[in-house]
Design a protein around this ligand. Structure first.
Ligand code: NAP
Length: 259
């Protein structure tokens, strides 16, 4: 919250911003002077605490409850945010869950929960955001995928499929949106220390660690910088790109993202 204000009338919506990466992005953007809408599903108290923190620092913020796995709720987010904060300039599609099981044990409910949150919600909110940004001839959308969407991972067929589709959706939306001066990019995190990774067992943690050339996991702040870069003017000629923030994980696996 100590950085110099850029503009209080630049509005950003961050999905899944009550915790983890989304929270850190919201605080960083608010620190740059943006007005931020903090979407959450169930963590109302956490979201309101972030809003209060931003307001205490002189910023503008709003908590907006919506279940991103529900396409109707996801699509309704943009008009709600715009009526409270003004036209949307930045959308960060960050909300995501995992429901891990081997594919033969995975129920349709497990499949749908992850698929709908991680992919369908992103599509639904992005369509509406793109329409708003198109009419004003400016905007930036950043999707959050995963290295699992590039390389796969045993027990994560639903998550891998959804996050892989986010890569394709990013490139397709980017090509469609470019003529309206709307950019669409994607960040591909490796292992980031958040609640989402806290449930992993020590053997699982060690298995990941052994594949990371930098020999350590990342903090949320180490992925936020790339998301904020893609959201803002410093990346004004970058679109359709998927950037890994993974300590070299994909490179070591021979799966670099360059096309
Ligand atoms: P996290 O700490 O578990 O936080 C998840 C956030 O998403 C929470 O704010 C949660 O809100 C929200 N959320 C979950 N389901 C939602 C829904 N249906 N509707 C609206 N919000 C919902 O996760 P994270 O580690 O920060 O991950 C953020 C993103 O990065 C995810 O897309 C994840 O797949 C991706 N990613 C993470 C890692 C990693 O290692 N952590 C690696 C690769 C990719 P509530 O608290 O209200 O449920």
């Amino acid at each position: 919250m100590s950085e110099a204000p850029v503009s209080s009338n630049v509005v950003a919506l961050i999905t899944g911003a009550s915790r983890g990466i989304g929270k850190a992005v919201a605080l960083r953007l608010a620190g740059q002077g943006l007005s931020v809408a903090i979407n959450y599903r169930s963590s109302a108290a956490e979201a309101e605490a972030i809003v209060q923190c931003i307001r205490d620092g002189g910023g503008r913020a709003l908590a907006v409850q919506a279940d991103m796995s529900d396409a109707g709720q996801a699509a309704g987010l943009v008009p709600r945010v715009e009526s409270a904060l003004g036209p949307l300039n930045v959308l960060i599609n960050n909300a995501g869950i995992t429901q891990d099981r081997l594919v033969i044990q995975m129920s349709l409910e497990d499949w749908d929960a992850t698929w709908c949150t991680d992919l369908a919600g992103t599509r639904a909110v992005s369509r509406v955001a793109l329409e708003s940004m198109r009419l004003r001839g400016a905007g930036s959308i950043v999707n959050v995928s995963s290295v699992v969407g590039v390389i796969g991972n045993a027990g994560q067929a639903n998550y891998a499929a959804a996050k892989s589709a986010v890569l394709g959706l990013t490139r397709e939306f980017a090509v469609q949106a470019a003529c309206y001066n709307v950019r669409v990019n994607c960040v591909v995190p490796g292992y980031i220390v958040t609640d989402a990774t806290s449930h992993l067992t020590e053997p699982q943690r060690q298995a990941w660690m052994s594949q990371i050339p930098m020999g350590r996991f990342a903090t949320v702040d180490e992925v936020v910088g790339t998301i904020v870069f893609l959201a803002g003017a410093d990346s004004s000629y970058v679109t359709g790109q998927c950037i890994a923030v993974d300590g070299g994980f994909l490179a070591a696996a021979g799966m670099g993202l360059e096309s």
